[in-house]
Each structure stands twice: as C-alpha cells, then as structure tokens.
Design a protein around this ligand. Structure first.
Ligand code: NAP
Length: 294
C-alpha cells in the first residue's frame, strides 16, 4: 500500500511556485497578489484564511487579508467585491465561505470577476471546466487531480466512484475524472444520500473519492482489493487531549481500509494540504493570464 503524502506533494508544488515567483521578480516583475476576504470570527475560517495568507508569504506572493465584522451587510460586501474586481494590483481573490446567514453566498460568488475567481466557484468557471476550456478549477478537486497525476495513478478506463455531490467537491470531481484528459477518461459514478446499493457500487470501484463529511463512513467491506481511496472528509471531533480541543477525522475507516488499498490518502496530511497549494497555483495562473505570460 502506498500512502499518498499530500503534505509533501503540496510542499513540492509550493517550492516550484516559489522558483517561478523568484524568476518573475528577477525579470523585474511584481509578484502575484492574492487577497482574501474574511467575514466574522468562525474558528475554522480564521485558521484556513491565515494558513492561505501565510502560504502566500512563504512563496513570495503578495497577500492582503481584508476582515469584516459579522454585521457587514450584503450590499457592503458586494461593494468590496466590486472594488477588488477593479483593483489592478490584485490578481485573484477569495471570499471565505461560509458567510453569515444574512448574506447570500451565491450573490457574492456571482459578483466576483471570473478572471479573478481563484476559488473557481463562479458558474462561468464551473461551466468552462465542464467543457474542458481554460478555467479556474476549485481548489480541492484540483488538488486531488494533482495527487493522481503526481503519483501516476492510472485513471483511464477505470471505474471511479465519487461519494458526495457538493458543488465544491463531489460534482467537479466527477466531471474532471470523466473528461478526455490525463488524469481523466474514467467511467464515473457519482453517488449521494439517496443512492441505493452504495456498498455494491463501491465494491466495483477501482478508485473511490469519499467527500461526505461523516467520520469513518467508508468501511473495509465496501472496498475491493487494490482499490485507490482518496479521503476528502475533514470532520472536527472533540478531543480534550489536544490543545486545540479537537481532531480531524476523515470519511474513511483508515486502519481497516488501508490494508486493502493500492494507494490511500490519510486525514490529516492527504487532500487538505493540497487545497492551499491549488489556490496558489490558480493565483499564479490568474497573474500570468493578466500579463500574457506563457
Ligand atoms: P456537503 O456539501 O455537506 O456534501 C456532502 C455530500 O455527501 C452530499 O452530496 C450528500 O448527499 C452526501 N452524503 C451525505 N450522507 C451520505 C450518505 N450516507 N451516503 C452517500 N452520500 C452521502 O460537503 P462537502 O462540502 O462536499 O464536504 C465533504 C467533506 O469534505 C466534509 O468533511 C468537508 O469538511 C470536507 N472538505 C475538505 C476539504 C479539504 O480541503 N480537505 C475541502 C472541502 C471539503 P446529498 O446531496 O444527497 O445531501
């Protein structure tokens, strides 16, 4: 069994990006600039956004963190988005989700200029991705594609089962794997909470992507010998023995499932670290597109 090391792969990607940024700077260009908008004080969101800003600094990107109180109105946030759309010093930006209940996530996503939408959530980017046109692919599916590519995991002609159909993970994952590309060319089954016979479907899978958000949902008796298993789930469960008071649990019963796998990604240390690396890749892509750099 090969353990898919997302931490190392993300570190490799960041090193590659840093070298590109150094070379841009050596050629007299300014570095790429990512802005992140954070509303409120949700613990998870603060941690994620801080990690994104820190990652930018490490590879030489410029980064700007824009924070608002929970009380900001949707209109005020939309005005900020418009300002960032027009700001020539910013190549890409994200608005960290979830947003407070009085703000409609969709209105905010729709307001972001697709050319600066480095989260890849705008319908224009989702549509272009579906058609195989140049686009920003949302960070988590993009990170998984990078893992499959860098570990040279064959997807062509394989049966891939994606568990979960969310707009940010399951659905784009199923589209990317079925496209005529490498990785891709898989025969994909997308499943969800209404799927019948999930166990039988999973047992026929060469590759399983679990993106549900239910700790240890995927058991060993649902996985065939030598399958590839990618665990996207990250559920925080209380753990008083830790300083943070919680630990992250994946959707896969790792101890029992890993014994049957050819490749498996752990939680933590699998897909998670790749998400930030993908965001940085998208930001460099946005920058290069703006300045017509090949
Ligand atoms: P989500 O929006 O809650 O979607 C969950 C999906 O799982 C839904 O499509 C749901 O089906 C399906 N599902 C729930 N119970 C099921 C069951 N018993 N059998 C089959 N399908 C079932 O979640 P998400 O945003 O995609 O996230 C999924 C997990 O990935 C979460 O743990 C999240 O924290 C994690 N995540 C991690 C990263 C990362 O960077 N590592 C990034 C994003 C998400 P219905 O559509 O029928 O309700």
């Amino acid at each position: 069994m090969v353990l898919i090391d997302g931490k190392q792969t993300a570190a490799d990607i960041k090193e590659e990006l840093k070298q590109e940024v150094d070379s841009l700077k050596n050629n007299g260009r300014r570095p790429p600039h990512l802005a992140a908008v954070l509303v409120g004080n949700d613990g998870g969101s603060v941690t994620y956004v801080n990690a994104k800003v820190k990652a930018c600094q490490k590879i030489g990107f410029e980064s700007t963190l824009i924070r608002f109180d929970d009380s900001i109105s949707e209109l005020e946030l939309l005005e900020k988005v418009e300002e960032l759309n027009k700001d020539n010093s910013i190549d890409g930006f994200i608005v960290q989700l979830p947003l407070p209940k009085h703000i409609n996530d969709r209105n905010i996503t729709l307001a972001i200029d697709p050319l600066k939408d480095v989260d890849g959530f705008h319908p224009e980017n989702v549509g272009r991705m579906s058609l195989g046109l140049p686009s920003f692919i949302s960070a988590t599916p993009n990170g998984i594609m990078q893992l499959l590519k860098r570990y040279e995991i064959e997807t062509s002609g394989k049966h891939c089962v994606v568990i979960g159909r969310s707009a940010i993970v399951g659905t784009p994952m199923s589209i990317l794997l079925s496209r005529n590309s490498n990785p891709g060319n898989a025969t994909v089954t997308i499943t969800h909470s209404k799927t019948k016979n999930l166990k039988e479907i999973c047992l026929s899978a060469d590759i399983i992507i679990a993106a549900i958000g239910r700790p240890h949902f995927l058991k060993a008796d649902m996985v065939k010998e030598n399958a590839v298993v990618i665990d996207v789930g990250t559920t925080r469960v209380e753990d008083t023995s830790r300083k943070s008071g919680f630990r992250l649990m994946g959707d896969v019963d790792f101890d029992n499932v890993s014994a049957k796998c050819s490749y498996i990604s752990p939680v933590p240390g699998g897909v998670g670290p790749m998400t930030i690396a993908s965001l940085l890749m998208n930001t460099l892509k946005a920058y290069k597109r703006r300045f017509n750099i090949a």
